[in-house]
Design a protein around this ligand. Structure first.
Ligand SMILES: Nc1ncnc2c1ncn2[C@@H]1O[C@H](COP(=O)(O)OP(=O)(O)OP(=O)(O)O)[C@@H](O)[C@H]1O
Ligand SMILES: [Mg+2]
Length: 227
């Protein structure tokens, strides 16, 4: 099957003062629809850089990125933003929920941004997702009135509510205790198995990597191993 996410000889150089940092040095990656790929590797090896480029948050210095059939290089900033809203759901290590909005408000905001001011999410989809994430009773809580695990589940709900083609997660269990990590990983696995959701997840946690269908190891800006 055609890849839903593909990079060819991807390179990223950050300029810090007068020094160049080669964060990615030729990454070739192909992710099939419905795959669950985990990315591992030591701190600073380029994992987040790669994920941000895959999610059209960051422009590479060289190489190609193709997201669900659309080539990024030729796009304007506006089209890239639009592509991101239509196709990608992000989950970050620090949840990034809006603190003044309730869980429901955070979800609605994502729906409206995605739908250019209107929500296109039907009630059944919404209920299914909230049930899967065991969040039905938490919708009126603000982030500070939720546990870390619940906040991360809201963040996952927000990432998937618009049924993006791809979920990109950057250490989604990095700030969670064992129990909440297990819940969040279970959810991601369920989404992948039951809804055939494509997931690419960065993790330092071998338990997290174990639920993936494929694990990629990075070193110094390159993929060095796959298993
Ligand atoms: N905005 C930036 N400006 C300059 N250099 C950066 C920037 N972001 C990352 N880097 C550098 O690029 C390299 C890769 O960083 P990246 O954040 O992708 O690593 P990582 O694998 O996600 O690490 P970690 O496991 O610690 O999150 C590092 O050397 C880092 O210092
Ligand atoms: Mg990182």
């Amino acid at each position: 099957m055609d890849a839903i996410l593909k990079t060819e000889d991807l390179k990223m150089t950050y300029r810090v003062g007068k020094v160049d940092v080669n964060a990615l040095r030729g990454v070739n990656l192909s992710v099939a629809p419905g795959e669950f790929v985990s990315i591992m590797g030591p701190s600073g090896c380029g994992k987040s850089t790669l994920l941000h480029i895959l999610g059209a948050l960051l422009k590479p210095s060289a190489g190609r990125v193709i997201i669900d059939g659309e080539e990024l290089a030729a796009m304007s900033d506006a089209s890239r933003t639009d592509l991101r809203r239509r196709k990608i759901g992000f989950v970050f290590q620090r949840f990034n929920l809006f603190p003044t909005l309730t869980a429901e408000g955070n979800l609605k905001l994502a729906e409206h941004i995605h739908g250019n001011g209107r929500s296109a999410v039907d009630e059944n989809t919404r209920r299914e997702i909230l049930q899967l994430l065991r969040l039905e009773n938490k919708m009126r809580h603000k982030p500070l009135e939720l546990s870390g695990g619940e906040q991360q589940r809201v963040a996952i709900a927000r990432a998937i509510i618009n049924r993006p083609a791809i979920i990109l997660a950057d250490e989604p269990t990095g700030n969670l205790d064992t129990e909440n990590s297990t819940i969040v990983l279970d959810m991601l696995r369920k989404l992948n198995r039951e809804l055939n959701q494509t997931v690419v997840m960065i993790t330092h946690n071998p338990e997290a990597a174990a639920i993936a269908s494929r694990t990629i190891e990075m070193r110094d800006g390159m993929i060095v191993k796959e298993r």
